[in-house]
Design a protein around this ligand. Structure first.
Ligand code: TYM
Length: 335
C-alpha cells in the first residue's frame, strides 16, 4: 500500500569539533536537536572540515572529532532516529562547496561577522578557507534538503546567506535546493560569557572562567558561577544594563524550565550569592547524566567507529543525490 503519511519536515545542523563544547553550545543548539528527533527527520554532523580554518594539531583534532561524536550520542541523539555523521567522511560536502563558492560573492563573504571576528583573532592566518567558510556551510545544509536549520543566534547570518545562495542557484538552473529557515529557540539562543556578559560564551575564550565546558566537574562549575560577573544592584531581576544577571537568569531558566518571571519571584529578596549557587547547581544537574554517558561511549572505540561508519555510508548516499542533480543542472557530464 502506498504510504500517504505527509513527509516529516527535515532538520539539519552541525557543530565544530574545536575544543570541548560549552554550556552555550548545549543550551543554544545541542539540547534542541535532541528534542527535535521525533518531530523532524534529522541530520546532525560533526563539522570537522570547518575546524581547520584555524590551525589544528592533528592528534588533538583526531581526538576531538571522536569526542564530539561521542558527545552527540551522550546528549541523547539516537542513531536509530537521526542520521549522525562526520562531515569529512562524506565527500559531497567538499564537492558541493566548490560549486557554491562559484555562486557566492566576495562582498557577501566580507560582511560575515564571524569572518571579521576570526580574522582579527587569527591575524597571522587569514586563509581562503576562513573566508569561504559559509560556502562550505551552505553545502552542508543544502545537500540534505532540510526545511529548518536549528542554530544559536550567532549562526543566523550564515543560514541567511545559505538561503541567498540557494535562491540564486535555483534561479539560474531550476529547482535544485530546498530553501531552509533558521530555527532559533528563545531560551539559550545566546548564552553569554560569565566574565564579559556582553559577548557570547565561546570555547575559544582565553579566560577559562568565561565559559562552562560540558566536561567541567561539579566543583569547577560551582567555582565558575561564584566568580561570574554581575552588578552592584543586588536584585535578581531581568532588566536592561544587567547583562551578567540576565545571562545567569537565562541559563537558570533554560536548565530548570522556569520562566524568567518565576525566577525573579523565587529569588526576590535573596542576594546574588544564593542565586549563583542555585544556577551552578542547576547546571551541574544538567551535565551529570551527559558526562556519565560520554565516559561510557569513549570507552568503546569499536562501537564509536562502527556508528561513524554507518552514518558516513547513509549520509554519502543521501548527499550524492543532491550533488548529482546540482552538477547535471549546471552542465557537468556525469558518467
Ligand atoms: P559552532 O560549532 O560554533 O557551534 C555549534 C552550535 O552552537 C551554537 N552556539 C551557541 N548558542 C548559544 N549561545 C552560545 N554562546 C553559543 N555558541 C555556539 C551555534 O549557534 C551553533 O548552532 N558554522 C557552525 C557549524 C556548522 C553548521 C553547519 C551549523 C557547520 N556547518 C551547517 C548548521 C548547519 C559553527 O561554527 O557552530
Amino acid at each position: 500500500m502506498e504510504n500517504t503519511a505527509p513527509r516529516k519536515k527535515r532538520a539539519l545542523s552541525c557543530i565544530q569539533p574545536s575544543g570541548v563544547p560549552t554550556l552555550g553550545n548545549y543550551l543554544g543548539a545541542l539540547r534542541n536537536w535532541v528534542g527535535m528527533q521525533d518531530e523532524f527527520e534529522c541530520f546532525f554532523a560533526v563539522a570537522d572540515l570547518h575546524a581547520i580554518t584555524v590551525r589544528q594539531e592533528p592528534a588533538k583534532l583526531r581526538q576531538q572529532i571522536r569526542e564530539m561524536f561521542a558527545l552527540l550520542l551522550a546528549i541523547g541523539l539516537d542513531p536509530e532516529k537521526s542520521l549522525l555523521f562526520v562531515q569529512s567522511q562524506v565527500p559531497a560536502h567538499s564537492q558541493l562547496a566548490w560549486l557554491l563558492a562559484c555562486h557566492t560573492q566576495f562582498g557577501e563573504l566580507s560582511r560575515m561577522t564571524q569572518f571579521k571576528d576570526k580574522a582579527q583573532k587569527h591575524a597571522d592566518n587569514i586563509n581562503l578557507g576562513l573566508f569561504a567558510y559559509p560556502s562550505l556551510m551552505a553545502a552542508d545544509i543544502l545537500l540534505y534538503q532540510p526545511d529548518v536549520v536549528p542554530v544559536g543566534a550567532d549562526q543566523k547570518q550564515h543560514v541567511e546567506l545559505t538561503r541567498n545562495i540557494a535562491e540564486r542557484f535555483n534561479g539560474l538552473y531550476g529547482n535544485v535546493f530546498t530553501v531552509p529557515e533558521p530555527y532559533i529557540m528563545k531560551t539559550g539562543a545566546r548564552v553569554r560569557s560569565l566574565q564579559e556578559p556582553t559577548r557570547k560564551m565561546s570555547k575559544s575564550d582565553e579566560n577559562q572562567y568565561a565559559y562552562v565546558s560540558l566536561k567541567d566537574d561539579p566543583d569547577t562549575v560551582m567555582r565558575k558561577f561564584r566568580r561570574a560577573v554581575t552588578d552592584s544592584e543586588a536584585q535578581v531581576r531581568y532588566a536592561e544594563g544587567k547583562d551578567g544577571i540576565n545571562n545567569l537568569m537565562e541559563i537558570y531558566s533554560a536548565c530548570t524550565g522556569d520562566s524568567l518571571e518565576a525566577v525573579e519571584a523565587a529569588f526576590a529578596g535573596k542576594g546574588y550569592g544564593d542565586f549563583k549557587q542555585a544556577v551552578g547547581e542547576a547546571v551541574v544537574e544538567v551535565l551529570r547524566p551527559i558526562q556519565e554517558r560520554f565516559a561510557r561511549y569513549m570507552q568503546d572505540k569499536g562501537q564509536l567507529d562502527s556508528l561513524m561508519k554507518q552514518g558516513a555510508e547513509r549520509a554519502s548516499l543521501a548527499s550524492r543525490r543532491t550533488l548529482d542533480k546540482a552538477m547535471k543542472k549546471m552542465g557537468f557530464v556525469l558518467v
